[in-house]
Design a protein around this ligand. Structure first.
Ligand code: DGJ
Length: 718
């Protein structure tokens, strides 16, 4: 809800308030935190001088020498800006057409500023999402002058808070080790989190938090390209956090009359990191994910990638699909290798035509799979081009290359120059043809390299990265408009592009190529810090695990995968009868509880980044049922005293507690009071007794619980 009284604006959500004071020439944050019912006495929050308060943005050029959020250079070369507040009001929200944007609120607080020398208009729109305690910021810059100006940095959002003892929490890693939580104590210093790969990256996710005991501020970007978040604590007693497009290799020419829109920034406050994560996840489910698949049950899939890699025939695919159907899966995904002459990763990207000698005809293959009662899904990697491809032979100019320079190849491939509208058109048509021909109901959109050799003859160098992303979004927009029923799954070498930009078009993303249960606990916990489980692809794969060599029980692999969107990724024809019947039982359980598992309120349990156990609990909206998985990651001889707490349950209710056996059966254990389960340390029992340590290598030890609300037990008559 938005309130305005005189110079004061309150953005109120269910649990938070943000108070902004619009002064003579500037606006400042007076308060952002837990909800305050009445702001009488606001003057006590005001700074003695305007410049000493908490600012919403910070242009370079004044006496503020901290990390600036805006740097605009004039045609003559000067780079100072002094934006004066011209108007502040509650207004209709306007979103840029070329960028993804959150949705669900019509009104915003609109602040308009003007720099009289550079003739620049700065517009900030702040939108409050009451149901998930998020505030979104849309910033844009209009060149109202007669000459071009050059944006060298234009961050999306700036948060400023009192205090200098915060840590910047980041989610970092690399291929197969995405989004590991790290805390960087600021200590009057500066810390940056940034991507230079052209993607939001597996190295540093754009989601970060500023946190200290008792308070945390989360920031994310609705963006998929190079980003940068910088936090600085300084001696003035304030900490600043800015987030936006990475200014590295960014310089945008803004001509007279033109507007530049920064990607949307998202702010969430909470009393703890957990609370911020909970609110962020709600925000993503309700105001980012959209279309037919929003809050709609996702199919259990079987993907052939790790089962066959490139080495498959039509018969082998049909055999796997048959097993998938028997096991109760609902979607079969044909991964890489079905097109051009693709028998390895050295060729054919760009030739999105059937490799008929291999598939025996992709259209009839899809039909046969559908005849088994499965949906058919297909893999594509449309932003790429192999030099050994008909597309490259015909259109070498489509490839991203710098003239006269040998391009960098990664996985033997080049990228397509999506900054060029002609190439965008080609990609849209190629993917549309694949979907139409195969009648695919699911598309996995992959992207397996980083961006180098950025060049387009019609694009200024400093604009390339962003223009590429705008080109990508324009293709996505057209595709989801044309195929509104198709379930798109984003993927980039696993989780190299897990961000709110992708999720605005594709409701789910392949979390990581690392499917080892041990590693996945951490990867999924880090991902869930900002993204709900309904966005995370999670597959059960073969043992020994192809990435790590670890062996884990089928049960452990399943219970970890239940923390996301369940799939199986192995050659099911090689599974034993016993394994197949266990898989069948697993899928049946997952389907029965699918709404709870995919869309329940997710709570992280334990500590995935260093604790001896971690897990998750997902609880239905009315808290009547919950499912929890606890994974102990270290085996210590003779240990059986690991204990867990079950955050998220209704503390004032009784629950029937059932424990899952290693064979997938449930046994009622007792009735327990919610508060006891949340606050008490619940014994996990003989955790090591039921996992055969000798059979596995580097295993983890799972426990799964179901909680169902029930009546209070009758008191025994004495
Ligand atoms: C990378 C993806 O993450 C994998 O799941 C698989 O689709 C391969 N690419 C195929 O090349």
């Amino acid at each position: 809800m938005l309130k305005n009284k005189g110079n004061f604006f309150v953005l109120e959500t269910a649990h938070t308030s943000m108070l902004i004071r619009a002064g003579e020439t500037r606006a400042e944050y007076l308060y952002y935190g837990d909800k305050i019912g009445d702001f009488t006495g606001t003057e006590l929050l005001e700074a003695e001088e305007e410049a000493c308060g908490l600012s919403l943005f910070s242009p370079w050029g004044g006496t503020d020498f901290r990390e600036p959020s805006i740097l605009v250079r004039s045609a003559e070369g000067g780079a100072a800006c002094d934006f004066r507040l011209k108007s502040a009001r509650i207004a209709k929200r306007e979103c840029a057409e070329e960028l993804p944007c959150s949705y669900g609120e019509e009104k915003c607080v609109r602040l308009e500023y003007f720099d009289g020398v550079q003739k620049l208009k700065l517009i900030l729109q702040l939108t409050a999402y009451a149901d998930c305690d998020a505030v979104c910021v849309n910033a844009s810059l209009v060149n109202a002058g007669k000459k071009p100006v050059y944006l060298e940095r234009f961050a999306s959002v700036q948060a400023e808070v009192w205090g200098k003892d915060f840590s910047l929490i980041t989610y970092d890693g690399g291929w197969a080790s995405e989004r590991q939580r790290h805390a960087h104590k600021l200590d009057l210093g500066k810390c940056e989190n940034a991507s230079f790969t052209g993607t939001s990256s597996n190295r540093h996710n754009p989601f970060v938090m500023l946190a200290r005991e008792g308070e945390a501020y989360g920031v994310n970007l609705v963006y998929s390209g190079n980003h940068r978040e910088a936090a600085e604590a300084d001696d003035s007693g304030r900490t600043r956090l800015i987030a936006g497009i990475n200014p590295f290799s960014f310089s945008w020419e803004l001509n007279a009359g033109e507007t530049f829109h920064a990607p949307e920034g998202v702010l969430v406050y909470g009393k703890s990191e957990e609370e911020v994560s909970l609110r962020m996840r709600r925000f993503v489910s309700r105001h980012i994910v959209r279309g037919k698949w929003k809050e709609k049950e996702r199919p259990v899939l079987v993907n052939n990638w790790e089962g066959t890699y490139f080495d498959f025939t039509r018969e082998r695919i049909l055999d796997i699909a048959k097993k998938a159907a028997e096991a109760g899966a609902e979607l079969f995904v044909l991964d890489d290798g079905w097109f051009g002459k693709r028998d390895s990763d050295r060729c054919s990207l760009g030739d999105w035509v059937d490799y008929a000698q291999k598939t025996g005809g992709i259209e009839s293959l899809a039909d046969e799979i559908r005849a088994m009662g499965l949906k058919f899904g297909i893999w594509v990697e449309p932003e790429m081009i192999s030099e050994d491809s008909d597309l490259y032979r015909k259109h070498p100019e489509y490839a991203m290359k710098i003239p006269k320079r040998e391009p960098v190849r990664m996985r033997y491939q080049l990228m397509l120059n999506l900054a060029d509208p002609q190439v965008q058109g080609y990609v849209f048509r190629a993917v549309s043809r694949v979907i139409t021909a195969t009648k695919a109901e699911y598309v996995k959109w992959d992207h397996n390299r980083m961006m180098t050799d950025c060049f387009d003859k019609n694009t200024r160098g400093g604009e390339y990265y962003h223009r590429y992303i705008l080109g990508l979004y324009s293709v996505f927009r057209k595709l989801v408009e044309r195929f509104p029923k198709v379930l798109f799954e984003g993927c980039a070498s696993g989780g190299d592009r897990f961000d709110l930009g992708i999720l605005s078009y594709m409701p789910q993303i392949w979390t990581s190529d690392n499917t080892d249960a041990r590693d996945r606990i951490r990867i999924q916990a880090g991902t869930a810090a900002a993204y709900p489980q309904s966005t995370m692809g999670a597959h059960v794969s073969a043992v020994p695990n192809h990435q790590t060599g670890n062996r884990n029980s089928l049960e452990a692999r399943f219970l970890v995968a239940c923390g996301g969107l369940l799939g199986y990724e192995s050659d099911l024809t090689k599974a034993t009868e016993e394994e197949l019947s266990a898989i069948k039982k697993q899928i049946a359980f997952y389907k029965e509880h699918r709404m709870l598992l995919q869309f329940g309120e997710y709570h992280a349990l334990g500590d995935a980044f260093g604790g001896e156990w971690a897990g998750y609990l997902t609880v239905s909206e009315d808290k009547s049922s919950a499912f929890a998985v606890v994974i102990v990651s270290e085996y210590r001889l003779g240990r059986s005293n690991v204990r867990a707490k079950f955050a998220g349950l209704d503390e004032k209710a009784y629950y029937r507690v059932s424990l899952r056996s290693p064979s997938g059966d449930w046994k009622e254990v007792c009735t327990a009071y919610g508060e006891l389960l949340v606050k008490g340390s619940v014994s996990l029992g003989g955790i090591f007794g039921d996992t055969n340590v000798a059979e596995n290598s580097n295993p983890v030890f799972p426990r799964a619980y179901l909680f169902e609300k029930c009546a209070a037990p009758k008191k025994k008559q004495s």
